[in-house]
Design a protein around this ligand. Structure first.
Ligand code: SF4
Length: 364
């Protein structure tokens, strides 16, 4: 199946900036694809392990891709709970038609499963990046859930569990949002998606810059993002009054955190574009590509590399010494907390924005 014009995996962007759909057409990605390619490979391996488990194969121990292994183990537990290991109620990297949203909307969810007895539908998306992704109001998962639900003909009472599995985020392994299919079919979700999809394809919408610009291929030539970044630069030049506190402080912190994202997006986009221009043989006044060599990295996985090099030269120790467990793990393992306290300390508390802060700060 070719990539959809209104791809669910881009829905978190086109719901917020409908102009991005037309703006990106015909633009090839110029950025570094290493992380994306590694992520795709992890998805492929994870799906392969899950399909193997459905055929009764055990999970391998010491697998070369720990994220794929962790994801597969997580999904297999769910399959056991749902009691489904194949058939029409299971999708493992299976394309889904989301034409209920728009005829141009279709995609491939990482995993979904439906339990007829309890009327439960679970949709999981594996994320391998380090930017935390939330399940709540996640338009990609919503598109997939609606597509699966309409394909299976599920009723509005279906309990839908939308789950982001992201083991690269340290605080928790997954984030889940429970909702009913009836709520997803309402004005807040399905109807909103349908309206955004129509606007996106009529070619008349305005670009709206925000966090969603991050993976937009048009960001190096986007006026909206440029203007947001330049406004930020102007704003940063203004003096900071000494008495800034309370509501003013909260407002300014929120604005500056948003502004930081806008500036980073624009800078990253221009850096990627300039790198591609110079690589293509053109010049950019005052800029050149660094002669510095990139980091030398093994091309095979750790186990394969160690096995191959161990055959060639046994005298070199290829593995790093094992690291210490954390202070918390040491306490859990039985070490006296007062002893641990003498050798460990906590990092300073970090200033973080509370959830739904914008309403509170900007008075709804
Ligand atoms: S860079 Fe941002 S504002 Fe511009 S088209 Fe893309 S998503 Fe929209």
């Amino acid at each position: 199946m070719s990539r959809a014009l209104l791809s669910p995996s881009d829905a978190n962007r086109w719901v917020r900036c409908q102009a991005s759909v037309i703006a990106q057409r015909g633009i090839l990605s110029t950025g570094d694809r290493t992380a994306a390619t590694a992520g795709q490979e992890t998805h492929r391996r994870g799906a392969e392990l899950i399909r193997g488990a459905c055929r009764g194969l055990p999970l391998p121990s010491g697998y070369e891709d720990p994220i794929a292994l962790e994801y597969a183990a997580h999904v297999i537990k769910i399959l056991r709970t749902f009691g489904v290991f194949g058939g029409p109620c299971l999708g493992i990297e299976t394309p889904v038609n989301c034409s209920i949203v728009h005829s141009e909307c279709h995609g491939t969810p990482d995993f979904w499963v439906y339990d007829e007895t309890n009327n439960d539908l679970m949709v999981i998306d594996l994320k391998t990046g380090y930017r935390p992704v939330r399940a709540r109001d996640n338009w990609q998962l919503i598109c997939y859930a609606l597509g699966v639900a309409y394909t299976l003909g599920l009723d509005s009472d279906t309990h839908v569990y939308l789950r982001i599995f992201q083991p690269t985020i340290s605080d928790k392994q997954f984030d889940q949002w429970p909702i009913t299919l009836g709520a997803l079919k309402g004005p807040e979700y399905l109807e909103h998606l349908q309206a955004c999809a129509e606007i996106a394809l009529d070619g008349m919408s305005m670009a709206i810059a925000g966090h969603h610009c991050y993976y937009c291929k048009a960001r190096y030539c986007c006026d909206a993002l440029q203007s947001a970044a330049l406004d930020t630069a102007d704003y940063l030049g203004e003096p900071i009054p000494n008495e800034t506190e309370g509501q003013t402080l909260a407002t300014e912190l929120t604005i500056l955190n948003h502004a930081k994202v806008m500036l980073t997006q624009r800078l990253d986009a221009l850096t990627e574009h300039a790198t591609a221009v110079i690589r293509g043989g053109s010049q950019i006044p005052g800029w050149q590509l660094s002669e510095r060599k990139g980091r030398l990295a093994w091309t095979l996985g750790a186990d394969e590399t160690a096995a191959a090099l161990g055959l060639i030269d046994k005298s070199v120790t290829l593995r790093k010494p094992e690291e210490l467990i954390t202070p918390t793990q040491a306490i859990a393992a039985g070490l006296d907390p007062s002893v641990v306290a003498a050798y460990a300390k906590r990092s300073k508390p970090k200033l973080v924005l509370r959830e739904d802060n914008a309403k509170e700060i900007f008075n709804g």
